[in-house]
Design a protein around this ligand. Structure first.
Ligand code: ZN
Length: 249
């Protein structure tokens, strides 16, 4: 409505050029604002359990998950076993995860993966990761991957398993050479507050996701920063919204 009135006033010749320019500026500002409110600033991974962003995928801890799922409205979550917790895993936890993963509010599996600083052995981490990959495939939900120091193993695993679901490397800060390798192997790469500018530059928009993780910087700011690096509009950074099922729940 306001846009129509502005357009009408801009077109009316009687308005002096000074006011026309002023109106024009106001019009552009309004259009931009409208874009800001309509665009889905998907935050593919956050630990902020109080996030007010409607399109944030909040990472839940296995033990608190059921209560949060029962109470929540219009919220989306991911659930998984972090490689740092693998040494504490018992078979009931996997069974709990298998059950919870089918909940409509859970739209991604993870964060899970491989980390060379975990106290668990590589073999134990691989076993728990592979179980979560099966859950991701069975539920048809993308997987949010945490990987530190095991990228070759991860790339080989994806080549062997040929999963149907998206594998998103979260919180990527690696060099462009590694980013290139991951992209060639069909991974999605998610960037947050701290990132390698050169890696962002070489990541195609269709492979690029955005997250806050543990940062308190608003997701909109992270989108703007990445848009500046990519010389594009934040509206061009919409890949994440196509990867997840943001069904009303
Ligand atoms: Zn995280």
């Amino acid at each position: 409505m306001i846009i129509t009135i502005l357009l009408f006033l801009i077109k009316v010749r009687k308005v002096s050029s000074f006011y026309r320019n002023l109106l024009l500026l106001f019009y552009i500002f309004n259009i931009q604002n409208q874009g800001m409110t309509m665009f889905k600033f998907v935050d593919i991974h956050t630990h902020n359990i109080n996030s007010t962003n409607q399109y944030a995928i909040i990472n839940l801890k296995l033990n608190d998950a059921q209560d949060r799922l029962d109470l929540s409205k219009h919220e989306y979550f991911s659930i998984g076993i972090h490689p740092w917790d693998v040494h504490r895993v018992e078979s009931e936890m996997i069974q709990m995860l298998e059950k919870l993963a089918f909940n409509r509010k859970i739209i991604a599996i993870g964060e899970c993966g491989l980390d060379k600083y975990s106290v668990a052995t590589f073999e134990a981490q691989m076993e728990v990761f592979e179980k979560q990959i099966i859950i991701s495939e069975n539920t048809q939900k993308p997987i949010i991957v945490h990987c530190v120091g095991y990228f070759n193993e991860l790339i080989n695993l994806k080549k062997t398993l040929k999963p149907s679901q998206a594998w998103i490397i979260h919180g990527f800060r690696g060099k462009p050479e590694l980013a290139k390798q991951l992209i060639m192997s069909g991974f999605y790469i998610s960037y947050g507050e701290k990132l390698n500018i050169q890696s962002v530059k070489i990541t195609p928009l269709e492979n690029l996701c955005i997250e806050t993780d543990e940062s308190s910087v608003p997701i909109q700011e992270i989108y703007k920063n990445i848009a500046t690096i990519k010389f594009c509009n934040f509206q061009d950074l919409g890949t994440s919204s196509t990867l997840f099922e943001f069904n009303e729940c």
